[in-house]
Design a protein around this ligand. Structure first.
Ligand code: PEP
Ligand code: MG
Length: 590
């Protein structure tokens, strides 16, 4: 609901996903299955309807060619090959003549005629024995939805690749794969009706440094393309048609942030060490090889989490061993001698692979290590690629979503057999490459002592650990206020994990969003973690804070926190601690 409306200004309050302030014209993106209008048209309008259909085909052709160009530039001609098949659908004489005859002879509107024929084609191909023909069904559906969007005047995912002017994107939802297509120079900010602070879309927004807000209710239905809007990524608000006074106020916030950023940049080459001499590893989370430049610029020590699954999104075929090897090698050699922790595939949840079945509870379903252990061909290709990359610097391997010893043992066995294979093939790899398990499911934290003998390190994925411990969907803005990593249950699981690792000589990192949140970071230091890994954009602030605090005081803080019974109290004392040592970090956004 708009909070106030001075002179046409409308304020929508939501959840701050990524800091910063941006203002520009709105581009509203529509998604979901559109309603297909189905009606007859007067006989004297059939020619106009045929023309409308023809225009939609031409526009779709241009759209596909544009996407093809972008994918070719980003991933190579082979990956863009799929679009050739899509273009062929637009030339399918039988399909097109059936649509035209429905319009001309049966007087059906273009949307209904095209939808009927395309659906019939796709269903027939779905039932074919031949795999090649079945795959063509997906091509037809993809192209059909583009043509229908053109006829209906709707924008969609592909709209992202056609943005010419700077915009603020407004949508019901933006998926991680859509975020991956965003051109940072054109999309200045975005705002969505749904989504939570630790969704992968939010994580991508922080990485791209795009101011973003979510949880705006049904704002996307009330805002039009062409409206002027300001995204307040610090306070979590979208302001439509801001007044001059509002723009002035936000201009000042921007200036304060720019001054702070300059101060933080000066710390780039300084160590992440506390006032009483505890040396921590401050590393970056990345999604793709091109993020390495930001890792360097942030002053972090290598990569604490490489979300390798992003290499698998926005493409029709998974990357093979060679393509993965090249990506991992590029990152590992660019960061050497600093380490790069490569996490094996974490698809599922909100990162859906094309063709993956829709599940009722995707976060509790076929996700991450479960997919890898079921598809050993896919998993082995990844393990071999990581092992090969380990010869070029300091690579470490990490398994996501470990919930039992059996999974860890099974994954390690496959790794061992890949090592043996590479050895017999005479291919170089680092035989001492460290292996770790993510601790992001309560069962894993509770049996950390049993998992520890099988790894050299643990990495606490606090986004999922919080989600699974508190039964709070990290994507759902209605329960976002309950997603609290400072909840006593989460803190105790972190404490147990650290204690088990200590006993077994393993080290512990944190790579969830908590690690980069200045209000919570002191708690993690006090709980005894060795490494903090977060999106490069937040590393300078984390270093600033670390260099101004004492580990002994952070330990006292953690001891006090472990005796508290609510998430709120714990967050309050941790926030006060951080604010007392580095007030600058908290005042710039006000
Ligand atoms: C986490 O769950 O905290 C984590 C780092 O993994 P992801 O956010 O990719 O699920
Ligand atoms: Mg996770």
């Amino acid at each position: 609901m708009p909070e106030r409306e001075p002179a046409g200004e409308r304020v929508y309050r939501g959840i701050a996903l990524a800091g910063g302030v941006a203002h520009a014209r709105v581009l509203r993106i529509s998604q979901g299955e559109p309603e297909i209008p189905d009606h007859s048209i007067p006989a004297d309008e059939t020619e106009r309807e045929l023309e409308r259909f023809q225009h939609a085909l031409v526009a779709t052709r241009h759209q596909i060619q544009e996407v093809q160009r972008r994918v070719t530039a980003a991933m190579g001609a082979h990956e863009a090959g799929i679009f050739e098949a899509h273009l062929l659908v637009l030339e399918d004489v039988t399909l097109l003549s059936q649509v035209k005859s429905l319009i001309r002879d049966k007087h059906r509107n273009a949307e209904a005629a095209f939808n009927a024929v395309a659906s019939r084609y796709a269903s027939a191909l779905d039932a074919a024995e031949d795999e090649y023909l079945r795959e063509r069904a997906a091509d037809i559906r993809d192209v059909a939805s583009r043509v229908l969007n053109q006829l209906l005047g709707l924008s969609g995912e592909s709209e992202l690749s056609r943005i010419r002017e700077p915009v603020v994107l407004v949508a019901h939802d933006i998926t991680p794969s859509m975020t991956a297509m965003i051109d940072r120079t054109k999309v200045l900010g975005f705002a969505t009706d749904v989504g939570g602070k630790t969704s992968h879309t939010a994580i991508m927004a922080r990485k791209l440094r795009i101011p973003a807000v979510a949880g705006l209710g049904d704002a996307s239905r009330k805002i039009q393309t062409g409206d002027y809007a300001l995204v307040d990524g610090h306070g979590g608000a979208l302001i439509v048609h801001p007044t001059d006074a509002t723009l002035f106020q936000y201009g000042q916030i921007r200036e304060r942030h720019a001054a702070l950023e300059q101060r933080l940049a000066d710390l780039r080459d300084q160590a992440a060490v506390t006032l009483d001499g505890t040396r921590l590893i401050l590393a970056s989370n990345i999604e793709e090889p091109s993020d390495v430049a930001a890792v360097r610029a942030s002053g972090s020590e290598g990569v604490g989490l490489f979300r390798s699954e992003f290499l698998f999104l926005n493409r029709s075929e998974p990357p093979d061993e060679e393509q993965q090897f090249q990506a991992y090698r590029d990152v590992v050699s660019a960061c050497a001698p600093s380490p790069v922790v490569i996490r094996t595939l974490d698809l599922g949840g909100d990162k859906v692979f094309p063709g993956q079945q829709v599940e009722a509870n995707p976060f509790l379903g076929w996700r991450a290590i479960r997919i890898s252990l079921a598809h050993t061909d896919l998993f082995r290709a990844q393990l071999r690629a990581v092992l090969r990359a380990s010869a070029f610097g300091c690579a470490k391997l990490m398994y996501p979503m470990i919930s039992s010893v059996e999974e860890l043992v099974a994954a390690n066995q496959l790794l061992e057999s890949c090592r043996a294979e590479l050895k017999s093939e005479g291919i170089a790899f680092d035989p001492t490459m460290e292996v770790g398990a993510m601790i992001e499911i309560p069962s894993a934290a509770l049996i950390a002592d049993a998992l520890a003998p099988h790894v050299q390190f643990f990495s606490l994925g606090t986004n999922d650990l919080t989600q699974y411990t508190l039964a709070v969907d990290r994507m759902n803005d209605r329960v976002a206020h309950l997603h609290c990593p400072t909840h006593p249950a989460v803190l105790r699981l972190i404490q147990m994990t650290v204690a088990a690792a200590r006993r077994r000589g393993a080290w512990v990192g944190v790579c969830g969003e908590m690690a980069g949140d200045p209000s919570m970071l002191p708690l993690l230091v006090g709980l005894g973690v060795d490494e903090l890994s977060a999106t490069p954009a937040v590393i300078p602030a984390a270093k600033f804070l670390l260099r101004r605090m004492r580990t002994s005081e952070a330990r006292d803080l953690a001891d006090r926190a472990l005796k508290l019974s609510t998430a709120e109290e714990t967050l309050r004392i941790s926030h006060e601690f951080a604010r007392s040592v580095a007030p600058e970090l908290f005042d710039a956004g006000k």
